[in-house]
Design a protein around this ligand. Structure first.
Ligand code: APR
Ligand code: PHB
Length: 386
């Protein structure tokens, strides 16, 4: 088999890249090792920057997002028992949209299949070969048979634990920071008791009140990195949430889990004819809600770069891909780290806790400080795209 771009991974990065390439008239095949139902149900974050929504609209995959997404115009910072509103739209003219990542994945997958793009699920033993040549190959198993896909380019969109980055691990520098805590996240059948998100600083640790719809709440608690979900009964979760967040509407919990908090960047994001995008190249702690938005930004840059390379033989944008993408990646690293450090119990004792309160108070009282937070949170305007 032959295609122009072999895309590994059917997450937001791989699927959005496939949609963009198709618009540019470039063929691609998407290989995903999980089954479709698993990928479409996997619970992840759910906050889209306006940049991301605008791109999905241009791609014609935003009908359901426009119907069901919740437009938000600010966030509450909560500390010392009171909420302080940061009016993102007033400060930046931009807004954010709450819409689950798996919903984005469902919409993109269906759109690609409707347009005849091949998305192969349950592909096993994916391996990359000859990436330093002009004809890189992917070998994989599918439906009980071995296959080989020869490409012009391979896009490694296979997330943090994928194979693509491993293939070039001897050629990258890794920048890494692991936080000594995790987030316990739940989904509950409960109408959110807040109109917009609440990011809470509390003596017991950070908490976040977010949502998926007017009927489904998503809530998070800072817990120790090595804590076990078995230690957290539903009663204990609700009690800790109401201690940290104040008024919380309870309901049936239908999903719960603990996620580690980590910052990671691999540089460069390319080698020969392999280009990494999304979580395969970088991850951020979820406090700034940047993971999905960064993945989409990478492919916004990668699609035209690959099109120039393949259709015109012009390598300039492809050669500049890492530099172009990393600008936004490091900005997001810094912002996610800033939000994380301001709101979590970092274990540094009372002096550090007072410093955090001073920082929060500054955001609540100073328009300049609030605007700086807001422009990062809603996302600095994206480069003009395709
Ligand atoms: N072969 C094929 N597919 C693979 C392989 C492999 N060896 N390894 C992983 N995958 C698939 C995963 O099953 C997943 O569907 O690659 C996909 C990667 O998708 P994501 O992890 O969602 O990564 P990405 O598309 O970069 O999106 C980043 O995802 O983790 C969240 O918070 C993060 O919002 C961010 C977003
Ligand atoms: C979510 O809705 O899951 C969410 C929102 C904001 C964050 C992290 C997660 O910062």
């Amino acid at each position: 088999m032959r295609t122009q771009v072999g895309i590994i991974g059917a997450g937001p990065a791989g699927l959005t890249l496939a949609m963009l390439l198709r618009r540019h008239g470039i063929d691609c095949v998407v290989l995903e090792n999980r089954d479709r139902a698993y990928v479409e149900k996997r619970v992840r974050a759910g906050l889209l920057e306006q940049n991301t929504v605008d791109l999905l609209r241009k791609l014609g995959v935003a009908d359901r997002l426009d119907r069901e997404g919740l437009e938000h115009h600010g966030i509450y910072l909560r500390y010392r028992g009171a909420n302080h509103y940061v009016d993102m739209t007033g400060l930046t003219g931009r807004h954010i949209t709450i819409y689950g990542q798996q919903e984005v994945v469902k919409d993109l997958t269906q759109a690609l299949l409707d347009r005849g793009v091949e998305v192969l699920f349950e592909t096993g033993n994916v391996e990359l070969h000859d990436i330093e040549t002009d004809a890189p190959r992917i070998t994989y198993d599918h439906a009980g048979e071995s296959h080989e896909l020869t490409c012009d380019v391979i896009a490694g969109c296979d997330g943090f634990h994928g194979v693509s980055r491993q293939t070039i691990k001897d050629h990258i520098t890794e920048y890494d920071y692991t936080y000594p805590f995790g987030w316990l996240g739940i989904l509950a059948e409960a109408a959110p008791a807040t109109d917009e998100l609440i990011y809470a600083w509390h003596e017991d640790g950070f908490a976040l009140y977010t949502m998926r719809s007017t009927k489904i709440s998503r809530l998070y608690l800072q817990v120790d990195a090595d804590d076990d979900i078995a230690n957290w009964s539903d009663d204990r979760i609700w009690s800790e949430l109401s201690t940290r967040l104040g008024n919380v509407n309870e309901g049936k919990i239908f999903d719960k889990g603990i996620t580690p908090m980590r910052s990671y960047v691999a540089e460069p994001m390319q080698r020969g004819r392999l280009f990494l995008a999304g979580d395969s190249a970088h991850i951020v702690p979820p406090t700034g809600a940047k993971g999905l938005n960064l993945a989409v930004n990478d492919v916004r840059l990668l699609a035209p770069a690959l099109t120039d390379l393949i259709a015109k033989g012009d390598k300039r944008r492809a050669d500049g891909y890492t530099t172009a993408a990393l600008g936004r990646v490091w900005r997001a690293q810094d912002f996610s780290n800033y939000m994380t450090q301001m709101l979590h119990d970092l274990g540094g004792g009372p002096f550090q806790r007072r410093m955090q309160l001073a920082r929060l108070e500054y955001v609540a009282r100073s328009e300049a400080a609030a605007r700086s937070l807001a422009e990062n949170y809603v996302g600095l305007p994206a480069e003009p795209d395709f």
